[in-house]
Design a protein around this ligand. Sequence first.
Ligand SMILES: Nc1ncnc2c1ncn2[C@@H]1O[C@H](COP(=O)(O)OP(=O)(O)OP(=O)(O)O)[C@@H](O)[C@H]1O
Ligand SMILES: [Mg+2]
Length: 253
Amino acid sequence: MMSKIISIHSYRRGSGKTSTAVNLGVLMALQGMRVAVVDANLQSPSLHILLGLDERHISYRLNDYLAGRIDILTAAFDATALLGITGEGEFFAVPASPEPRDIAYLLRHGYDLDLLHAGMRALAETLKLEVLIIDNPAGLLEDNLSLIAIADKTLIVMRYDSREFQGTSVLVGVARKLDGANVTLLVNEMPAGISAQEVIPLMSEKFACPVIGVIPHLDEMFISDEKRLFVLREPSHPVTKTLKEAANQLIRT
Ligand SMILES: Nc1ncnc2c1ncn2[C@@H]1O[C@H](COP(=O)(O)OP(=O)(O)OP(=O)(O)O)[C@@H](O)[C@H]1O
Ligand SMILES: [Mg+2]
């Protein structure tokens, strides 16, 4: 069975990559798929925060794999039960370390991109994943973008903010060079008063790229003392519906 690798990127920080990665992954698992989300944003990891994971749950992380201490499977945490996902689906998380000494180590020594790529392939194969979602750092550096080359789909997340438009155009262009036609865009934090039906054709034309969803700015989407993920907390919210459609578009093609 072939896994589908989806690599998530953005030009600027804080566009909503991690939130999108986790919510899409959980929706796919709820549909019965075997899914993993990997935190490849090693300089500012946050997957563990969204999932509420800490030392009580996880002993190994992507950093340990990249340092050659463990195989990639050891860094994969099965969060299916923790999230309360029932049915056929499974949701795995490969978190990265938020410890300053681990981040400092990576900044000083870097890591082997081939090892990262090999790890992603091994993870997909060993866990028999249908979907592997990779949450990347923002920006246009080689390390950040290298995963596009092994991905089946590239999803670029952009806040609806004119300061992001130019950089996102460049990112879409570069991604398309690396990943052919399989680049899609998700517009996040849409201000109130502008409709998705208006924005989708405008943005698809502007970026010459299919727009798979438009998500409004929602204060209640990320309440810090509310541990449950948005799509689990709000299964019938219109935004959950939009995310489901985006998930289906990513899986289908
Ligand atoms: N649609 C939204 N409405 C309101 N807040 C949002 C929305 N999407 C994301 N946020 C908030 O914006 C912040 C950044 O989101 P997130 O961490 O997912 O972005 P990111 O692209 O992964 O950031 P980084 O580049 O640092 O990895 C978070 O506090 C998140 O809760
Ligand atoms: Mg992030």
